[in-house]
Every structure is written in C-alpha cells, then in structure tokens.
Design a protein around this ligand. Structure first.
Ligand code: SF4
Ligand code: SF4
Length: 186
C-alpha cells in the first residue's frame, strides 16, 4: 500500500530537482564527476558529501539527501570549485540555491547555529553593502548565545587588522539594499 506514497515522494523530489536547476541555472547532468571541484575545495575535508558528491546526488534524484547535508551549510561560497570546473558548472551557486531551498522547505540545518550565522551575514550585507566583521561576530554571538566561544582569537585578529571597529562605507550601498528588497518580495 505504500506504492502511491513512493510515487508521490518521487514526483516531489523531481519537482525539487527542477527547482534547484531553476534557481542555480545549472544542469547537474552536465557534471562528468571529474572531482576537480572537490580537489580545490578548502572545506571538503569537513563535509559529509564532497562538492562532487552533491552534484552526484542531484544527478541521482536524491535531492533530500543534498538538502539535509552538512556540506551545503559549510560551503563558504569561495567559488574555487566554480573556477576549476571544466564543464563551467557554477557549483558555488548550486550550493547557495540548495541552502535557500532548505530554508524554504523548513529543513533544519545539519550544522547547529549555522542558520543564525547565515542570516546575520546577509542582514549586515543588506544594511552596509559589504561585510562588517566585528558586527557579524557580535550579532552571531548574541543570537547564538555563544558569547565566549573563540574569544581568544580576537587579540590576534585585531593585531592583524582583521576586525574594524567602525563599518566602512561603500558607494552604492542603497543599491545593494534595493537588490535584497527586490529578492525578498519575489
Ligand atoms: S569540477 Fe565540475 S564536472 Fe568536475 S565533478 Fe565538479 S562539478 Fe562535476
Ligand atoms: S564555493 Fe563552497 S563548495 Fe565550492 S570550493 Fe568554495 S567552499 Fe567548496
């Protein structure tokens, strides 16, 4: 009797795959599984599925495994994989599309507190047009209540000029905010 349910779930998964393709503008079928993306990814060693394997999951229609993975939340959007791909697959964009889909589907991120970090990061970009690192640290720590975690790193970061006390202004800040508002409306 679970056969109709299985068909429904498969149809749902294939709708999600189409949605992932639409959002990222990429066709997972064009991936030839060469592994160049994984070879350059600075976070692959921490991921449950490597970037190449995420593409493989999509090829196999296993979208729920991809949406529930730690990998999509650990991705830094550094675009190394995108630059290395011989098939010109923008894997960084695929990863961020999967993150957005996981949020829409109300899937709890596999990495604790990472959604707080993700939202704080986007909020600061929306407000200032660029990242204000100290603001990000403060917002994340307040919201996650991890006030003292990694605090010992602060002096070294300050010495190396990695943390600015005042956010730097940038040209076109209002345009960035408008882009966010437009996307939020969509
Ligand atoms: S580099 Fe491109 S083609 Fe090769 S495995 Fe990664 S996504 Fe697929
Ligand atoms: S964009 Fe993400 S998946 Fe690609 S190399 Fe960077 S961290 Fe890895």
């Amino acid at each position: 009797m679970d056969y109709p349910l299985k068909i429904t779930l498969q149809a749902f998964a294939s709708d999600l795959i189409k949605e992932a393709e639409r959002l990222s503008g990429m066709d997972p079928a064009s991936c030839m599984q060469c592994g160049m993306c994984t070879g350059g990814c600075p976070l692959a060693y921490e991921m449950d599925y490597s970037p190449r394997q995420i593409l493989r999951l999509l090829q196999l229609g296993l979208i729920n495994e991809a949406l529930n993975s730690r990998a999509i939340w650990l991705c830094l959007t550094c675009e190394t994989c995108t630059a290395r791909c011989p098939r010109e697959i923008d894997l960084a964009k695929v990863m961020s599309s999967l993150r957005e889909m996981a949020i829409t589907q109300k899937i709890e991120p596999a990495e604790k507190d990472i959604l707080i970090f993700h939202r704080s990061f986007l909020e600061l970009i929306k407000r200032g047009g660029r990242l204000f690192e100290l603001g990000l640290v403060g917002l994340y720590k307040l919201r996650s209540r991890r006030l003292f975690q990694d605090l010992f790193l602060a002096p070294a970061m300050l010495r190396r000029g990695k943390l600015q006390f005042i956010p730097r202004k940038m040209k076109g800040q209002d345009k960035v905010a408008r882009i966010f508002t437009k996307i939020e409306k969509q």
